[in-house]
Design a binder for this molecule. Structure first.
Ligand SMILES: [Zn+2]
Length: 193
C-alpha cells in the first residue's frame, strides 16, 4: 500500500471511530501563545508535550530551523495574524540542538538538486536572474545566536505591538529540556544581533 492510501485508510478509521472528539477546541489559542518551532521530525509530539501544550493551546508555526528569513514573508505574517486576529499575546521561538539547519551547505544542496535532475543551466539562470541561492539556502552557525536574531527580527517588526513578550528557547530533541535564550519579560538582547 502506498503512503497516501495508508494515510487515508487510517483517516477513515479515525473519523468513523470519532477519535477526533478528544481534540475538540476552537481556533483561538487557549494559552495565548504563538510558537515558531523547527519542523524536525523528533519534535512532532515531543515539543508540545515538553511545553505542556495540548490541542487548542497555541498557534504553532513550523519551518526548517525556526527561522524568519524575511520580515515580509509568510512566517512573520502568520505571527501578525495570530496576534491581531487570533488573540495570541505572547510569542515563543523554539529552535533545537542538533538542528539540520546548522552549518547547512548551499553548494551541497545544489549538488543534490543536480543529481536529482535539476540542470546546471536552471541554476545558472536563477543566479543570473538575481536569486541569491547561496544566501537563501544557508542555515546558521550557532543556534543560540540564531534564536536571538529571530527574536530581535520579531520585536523590531514595524507591525509588532511593543507589549507582546517574545521569548527565545532552545529545546533538546531527545529529552525535551528547554533552555531560555531570551526571556521576553526582561529583554536585554544585544541590539547588534
Ligand atoms: Zn531543526
Amino acid at each position: 500500500m502506498d503512503r497516501l492510501s495508508a494515510l487515508l485508510e487510517h483517516n477513515r478509521a479515525f473519523t468513523e471511530n470519532r477519535e477526533y472528539e478528544q481534540f475538540k477546541t476552537d481556533r483561538f489559542p487557549d494559552k495565548g501563545l504563538a510558537v515558531l518551532a523547527c519542523m524536525d521530525a523528533r519534535l512532532v509530539e515531543l515539543l508540545p508535550k515538553a511545553m505542556g501544550l495540548k490541542n487548542g493551546d497555541a498557534k504553532l508555526i513550523k519551518n526548517a530551523g525556526a527561522l524568519i528569513t524575511h520580515p515580509w514573508g509568510s512566517v512573520m505574517r502568520s505571527l501578525i495574524v495570530a496576534i491581531y486576529e487570533l488573540r495570541a499575546d505572547e510569542v515563543c521561538v523554539v529552535a533545537h540542538r542538533d538542528c539540520g539547519m546548522r552549518a547547512l551547505n548551499p553548494n551541497k544542496i545544489l549538488q543534490h538538486a543536480m543529481e536529482r535532475g535539476i540542470s546546471e543551466e536552471t541554476i545558472a539562470t536563477l543566479r543570473a536572474a538575481g536569486i541569491d541561492l547561496d544566501n537563501w539556502l544557508k542555515g546558521f552557525e550557532n543556534v543560540c545566536d540564531s534564536v536571538r536574531h529571530t527574536v530581535q527580527t520579531i520585536r523590531n517588526h514595524p507591525l509588532m505591538p511593543k507589549d507582546i513578550p517574545v521569548h527565545g528557547l532552545v529545546i533538546h530533541p531527545s529529552t525535551g529540556r528547554l533552555e531560555v535564550i531570551v526571556d521576553g519579560y526582561h529583554c536585554d538582547i544585544d541590539p547588534a544581533l
